[in-house]
Write a protein that binds this ligand. Structure first.
Ligand SMILES: [Fe+2]
Ligand SMILES: [Fe+2]
Ligand SMILES: [Fe+2]
Ligand SMILES: [Fe+2]
Length: 432
């Protein structure tokens, strides 16, 4: 790949970035015709904008420098306009559950891409751990998409992402302090790793916010409870990825990394996009972000008297390439469903957990009346005699085995589907 130094590219001047309402609200894509990975790009970029907007809000609230405040509030209003344009590319007839399947497809295929492109072993391990949890969320939500809205999950996923049991959701609930990871060393970590982490934080935070704000929109208590349960896991995911960030990165460094992350994501989406209309939007947004990046770089030079390339390097990175990750996910599934975060945040297997493991307590309290994520499968069995599972026969028939490996000795909800039940339902053919 030829080198592209975004700081040397031409950006769109700020005064040209303010748009009319007609330009801000564009025609949405078509629910049926859009490529599943165009939808994942739209979902991710929305999260990227929200993070950039909120970062500037947090900073300005703590800032006592009028000149810098003026710059930050001007740019963040543009981030806000960008966010509206992107989020509202989703059509009105894409249901909350349709969008939810899209969110979990983002989480699975994005995390798998990032894990395979991550040079730092500790961070890669963190990504792989989160991957299997979002993979299981997709499976739980797919039951309701089918049962409540009669949507075959592949209407949204286009057969790019498998739907089977992962690490069961009821085991994602931890003492949140265990999710705290060791921060990266800001002087030794590559721009690529920094962008990868901020990209994933943005995606997970957006997923959390979407569930928090939409779970109540269904008049089905089991589904509402499932949104509440998974929303809480996304909170843990934000904690897990966010704590990889070091405390000693200055706010100017953080600003640079935010604008660089935005620009890199738009660049990556622009290169990959197959929809001509969306491609033009990503291209325009990229030119806006190049200008934000240049302003952040100038401010960094002015206030800290340092070279911005020492932080972001001199080449674009590709943080969000979407392609089917079935084989990679399967390999992680076979190795890691039995992993848990143990004391001090180290990873361990279920058979080695102490009897007084910190997370048992929260699992016992939240799951004492049964967990919604198991109820989802119970409801499918009641309705069609089996679960909704989409993958090759080998993986589907391995669900009982995967469950057996991941079961804990304690903290198991009373409504958990048994290994024997999985063996029994797997014999029944799924017909749409
Ligand atoms: Fe932006
Ligand atoms: Fe998830
Ligand atoms: Fe997640
Ligand atoms: Fe920006």
């Amino acid at each position: 790949m030829t080198k592209i130094n975004l700081l040397k590219e031409k950006g769109m001047p700020l005064e040209k970035q303010v748009k009319s309402w007609h330009e801000i609200v564009k025609r949405p894509y078509n629910r049926e015709l859009v490529d599943s990975y165009s939808r994942t790009r739209q979902i991710l970029l929305n999260g990227i904008e929200t993070e950039s907007w909120f970062f500037k809000h947090s900073w300005v609230r703590m800032l006592d420098d009028l000149e810098l405040k003026k710059v930050l509030v001007s740019i963040r209003r543009l981030e806000d306009m960008q966010q509206t344009t992107i989020n509202w590319l989703a059509p009105h007839n894409q249901s909350v559950l349709d969008t939810t399947l899209g969110y979990e497809q983002v989480a699975v295929d994005l995390t798998a891409w990032l894990a395979q492109n991550e040079d730092d072993e500790y961070i890669k391990e963190t990504f792989d751990f989160g991957l299997l949890e979002d993979y299981d969320h997709l499976y739980r939500y797919s039951q309701f998409a089918y049962l409540i809205e009669e949507t075959h999950p592949d209407v949204i996923l286009h057969n790019n992402t498998d739907v089977t049991i992962g690490r069961p959701t009821q085991f994602h609930h931890n003492c949140n302090a265990l999710r705290i990871r060791k921060p990266y060393d800001k002087d030794k970590t590559s721009p690529k790793t920094k962008v990868n982490i901020l990209t994933l934080i943005s995606a997970e935070q957006q997923t959390h916010n979407f569930y928090a704000e939409h779970g109540f929109m269904y008049g089905n208590t089991d589904l509402k409870r499932l949104y509440a349960e998974i929303c809480d896991v996304e909170e843990e995911h934000v904690t897990m990825y966010e704590t990889l960030l070091p405390h000693n990165e200055t706010l100017f460094e953080k600003w640079l990394i935010h604008e660089f992350t935005e620009a890199c994501n738009y660049y990556n989406c622009y290169v990959d996009e197959t929809d001509e209309k969306l491609k033009l939007i990503w291209e325009e947004m990229l030119s806006m972000e190049i200008e934000h990046l240049k302003i952040a770089a100038k401010s960094y030079e002015k206030y800290e008297n340092k070279d911005p390339e020492a932080i972001i390097g001199d080449n674009v990175v590709m943080p969000c390439h979407f392609e089917s990750q079935k084989e990679y996910v399967k390999s992680v599934l076979n190795k890691e469903t039995n992993k848990r975060v143990d004391k001090n945040g180290t990873f361990n297997t279920v058979d080695k957990l102490d009897v007084d493991w910190n997370s048992y307590n929260i699992q016992k309290i939240t799951g004492k009346d049964g967990v919604p994520s198991e109820q989802a499968i119970n409801l499918s069995i009641n309705s069609i005699n089996r679960d909704i599972a989409l993958a090759d026969c080998e993986l589907i028939n391995n669900q009982a085995g995967l469950l057996e490996k991941s079961l804990q000795k304690d903290g198991v909800a009373p409504n958990t589907i048994s290994v024997d039940k999985y063996k029994e339902i797997q014999k029944i053919k799924f017909e749409y």
